[in-house]
Structures are given as C-alpha cells and as structure tokens.
Design a protein around this ligand. Structure first.
Ligand SMILES: Nc1ncnc2c1ncn2[C@@H]1O[C@H](COP(=O)(O)OP(=O)(O)OP(=O)(O)O)[C@@H](O)[C@H]1O
Length: 481
C-alpha cells in the first residue's frame, strides 16, 4: 500500500472509540507523526486488554487465599515476610512459582546463620541459574545476637553467631552507620564509643523536642542509685528469675511523677534486664496506678532483649542485680538498653556494682559523672519551656534520696492535684463540660508503697481519694510465707 498521509486516517479502525480525543486525531502534517499517533492508540487499547486479563483472575479466583496467592506471584512488587514464615511456607512458595530478584533482610545480626539462607531459596532456578541478583543485610553486630537457649550450642558451637556477624568478623566490606537520627547527642554519647565513627543527623540538634529539656527532670539521662529496701536488693525466687522490689517501686513512682507532670503515657517505656523484674513491675503498676485515669500504664513494660529494634521518648530502665552484674556484662545488651531512648534515659541500679564492672565503664563513667540521686524539678509542667542546655539553679531542684522519698513525693503531688481539681470544680462550676482541663476524679489511686506509711499530718482531706495501704510482695517473700 502506498505510504500516503491519508492512508492512516482512512484505514484507522477506531475513530469511533477515540471520538472524545482532541480533534483532529491525525493532524496530517507528516506520515511518521500520524503513524506514531496510531501506534500510541493501539498501545492504549492493548493496555485495556492487559488490565482486563489481570482482573479476569479475580473473577475466576473466588477465595481470598487464591486471590492473595495470585497477587503474591503475579502482581506484588515488594513482599515482606519473616524468616520463620519463609521457612514454614518455602515449599508452597516454590510450588506457586514465586519469583524475586532482590532480598532486603532487616535485623540480620539477630537471625541464626542457618535461618539466613532460607529466604534465598524461595524460588526455583531459571535455566539452571538463580535469578537472585542482590542481597542486602541490615543489622548491628553490636546489639544482641539470635537467641539460642542451649548453653552448649550457644557457646561451644558458636551458634549464636549470625552470618552477618561472621562476615563482619571475616572482614567482608560493610557500610557502618555514621549518623544516628534517634537520640539526643548527649544520650548517644553513652554508646557512641562502641561505633567507629558515629555522628548525629542535624535534626537531633535542631528540632524543638530535642532542644527542650525533659519536663520535671533536671537531666536528660541519669543513673539513679537504688539501695536495699527492708534489707533486700535482688531476689531470685526461682533460678534466673531475678527481681528487685525497690527498683520496681522506684521506676513506677518516677513514671507516676512524669504522668502527673503531664508526660503522655505512650511516650514512656519501662525496660528491665530480667523477665522476673518485668512481671514485678507490671504487678506494681497494676496495684498502684493502672486504673487511675490520671496515670494509667506506660507504653510498654518489657525486657531490653524484647525491645531491641524499638524506641521511645523516655526509657526508664531497671538493671535489677545487686550481688553480681549478671548478663548486662554482655556489652551488646548494654548497647541495646542505652540506645532505646530518644529524649530521656533514666537507669535505676546499684551504682557501685555496675560502675566497677570493667566492660561497662565507657558508659558508666559518663553516668556516674552526674548525681546518683534522681534530680527532679517540682512545679515544672510538660512540655518544658526550659532549654536542654540551660543551667537549672539548685534552688529549683529536689534531690530524691531514695525510693520511699520518691513515692512519698509522688503521693503528695497527687493529693495536691486532686485538691486543686476539686477546688477548680467548685469555683468554676459554670465551665463547659470538657473545658478547663479538669481531670475526672480518680477512683483507683493506690498510693501506698512499702515505705509510705502516712503520718498523722497526712490525713486524707474529706472526700479525697481513698487511701488503701497495699503492699506489693515480691515472689521470694511469697514463697517463704
Ligand atoms: N535520615 C533520617 N532522617 C530523619 N530521621 C531519621 C533518619 N534516619 C533515622 N531517623 C530516625 O532515627 C530513628 C531510628 O531509626 P531506625 O529505627 O531506622 O534505626 P535502627 O538503625 O533500625 O535502630 P535500632 O536497630 O538500634 O533499633 C527513627 O526515629 C528515625 O525516624
């Protein structure tokens, strides 16, 4: 057929379909230009049929499972799964014809070496070759390794060494984090020394939340020494189930204080290095404040090991042990503990025990430079107007001597707030519901703590919250009883 400009316009079969396109469809300036327009119209129609083809599968596949399998194999561009899921579903995935070119593996220093290989093997080779082109492992060998419960496997077979750590040890080239974006620079100094060249991203100096001080607290981080209470420090009701009642009471009292200052509960996490202490702290919270609408529960109460990979503005950490340093001697656990907080890190521990531990000294030497008594600023409210670098006059600061002192202080502060709230209620009875920030009358405050025997000056105001002395008993006492 002769290549004349009119031919395209004449032979084009879809004039009617493209009727709403800008006119004229073929400007007839040159043959090539009209041909390109005709071809792009065909591509458009082709695309419609491709889409119909994709949708057809959803007409045929009725169950959600079949549809998700179809999406997994044909459509999804990025697929996320755990290594455990990969291991459980491997044969199913291979059978379905699962295909991928890249693997990005998160927390790969926390995976058993053998588990690391499973995600590499979720597809059949193509023409005798794997189509996998790239494998990126992200992890931190300075943090905790995979959990291997059996001591012999863990230590003597070195099973707790991940492939990631093995490669780092063998000198395989790797990129090391050189700028962190989580913590205040001062908090990062507590673990910065562990990395070759760790700096700070600009926003941790620039953003208002990093520039402001932590409301109610003099310091952004502190080690708070916790002495024996009623002659007891750490207790071990069953093997490796360590608890420390004084520390549990102390962290909960500080949490309650921060809530009364105005810190949102979800910005505070309580961490500890032992499961036993985690349970004890949860019990103390349930008894003292969980049901109190002014206080409630913190974001999480969990172990440092479980909290790896997570973060919060404030971390209150209880190190529990008073006789031996225990498993925090493993620097990797200390690094995880110290690096969870963005704005405030408060460590409750037997200072003399940990400061003398050689391995921990680069961190503890910084911690013990500050007072070992918690320094609070009564009267300051959240969010603080004070700058993080401002010097606080001693006259504004209260040094908390010990746990009973803190608990007493929090109890008095709570009573003051309730009294004020009562007064405001009677004075401002005209204010609209929900206005004026009046908190509902707390009904479940249990202020008593083992050291807070109220004296005669502390009688309840008429109509105040009910004082119900409640003792939290740790498991040693229970089992001895
Ligand atoms: N480039 C960046 N810009 C802004 N914020 C950042 C940047 N990189 C990291 N952050 C912030 O730093 C914090 C920590 O980041 P992320 O959770 O990725 O760290 P991570 O290396 O996985 O930490 P870890 O393994 O110790 O838990 C997050 O709050 C994140 O928003």
């Amino acid at each position: 057929m002769a290549k004349s400009i009119e031919t395209i316009n004449k032979e084009f079969p879809f004039h009617e379909f493209f009727d709403d396109a800008p006119k004229p469809l073929f400007p007839a300036r040159s043959y090539e230009q009209d041909m390109e327009i005709a071809e792009s119209c065909y591509r458009y129609i082709d695309h419609i049929f491709e889409e119909l083809e994709e949708f057809r599968a959803f007409e045929l596949l009725r169950s959600g499972l079949d549809r998700s399998k179809y999406l997994l194999v044909k459509e999804a561009k990025i697929i996320a799964m755990t290594c455990t899921h990969a291991a459980l579903k491997r044969s199913e995935l291979v059978q379905m014809g699962f295909k991928y070119d890249n693997i990005l593996m998160e927390e790969s220093a926390q995976i058993l070496e053998i588990e690391t290989f499973i995600p590499l093997l979720l597809q059949n080779p193509q023409d005798g070759r794997s189509r996998l082109k790239r494998w990126i492992m992200i992890g931190d060998h300075h943090q905790l390794p995979p959990v291997v419960k059996n001591m012999a496997f863990q230590k003597y077979c070195n099973m707790e060494q991940s492939l990631f750590t093995r490669m780092v040890r063998l000198g395989v080239p790797y990129v090391e984090l050189d700028a962190q974006g989580r913590a205040r620079s001062s908090i990062c100094n507590l673990y910065r020394w562990r990395y070759r060249n760790l700096g700070d991203l600009a926003h941790v100096c620039r953003l208002p939340e990093y520039r402001a001080a932590n409301a109610g607290l003099r310091h952004d981080f502190q080690l708070i020494n916790v002495d024996d209470f009623n002659g007891a420090g750490e207790t071990e009701p069953s093997p490796y189930f360590y608890q420390n009642l004084a520390e549990a009471e102390y962290v909960v009292a500080v949490f309650m204080f921060m809530r009364l200052v105005g810190w949102p509960a979800h910005r505070i996490s309580i961490l500890t290095t032992y499961n036993g202490q985690k349970h004890l702290i949860r019990d103390v919270i349930t008894k003292r404040c969980a049901d109190n609408p002014l206080i409630g529960r913190p974001h999480k109460v969990t172990t440092v090991d479980k909290y790896q990979g997570q973060q919060n503005d404030i971390a209150l950490i209880s190190l529990v042990r008073t006789k031996a340093v225990g498993h925090v001697r493993d620097l990797r656990r200390l690094i995880v503990a110290a690096s969870r907080a963005r704005l405030g890190l408060y460590v409750f521990a037997r200072a003399n025990l940990f400061r003398n531990c050689f391995e921990l000294q680069p961190t503890f030497n910084q911690l013990v430079e500050r007072s070992l008594e918690l320094e609070i600023i009564p009267g300051e409210r959240y969010p603080a107007q004070r700058s993080a670098t401002a010097t606080v006059p001693d006259s504004m600061v209260l040094s908390v001597r010990d746990m009973p002192h803190m608990a007493r202080f929090v109890y008095d502060m709570y009573l003051d707030i309730v009294r004020q709230s009562d007064t405001q209620k009677s004075q401002k009875s005209w204010s609209a519901p929900g206005s004026g920030g009046l908190a509902p009358r707390p009904e479940h405050f249990v202020p008593a703590h083992p050291g807070a025997a109220p004296d005669s000056d502390d009688e309840e105001p008429t109509g105040g919250p009910t004082f119900t002395p409640t003792d939290i008993v740790n498991e040693v006492e229970e089992s001895n009883a």
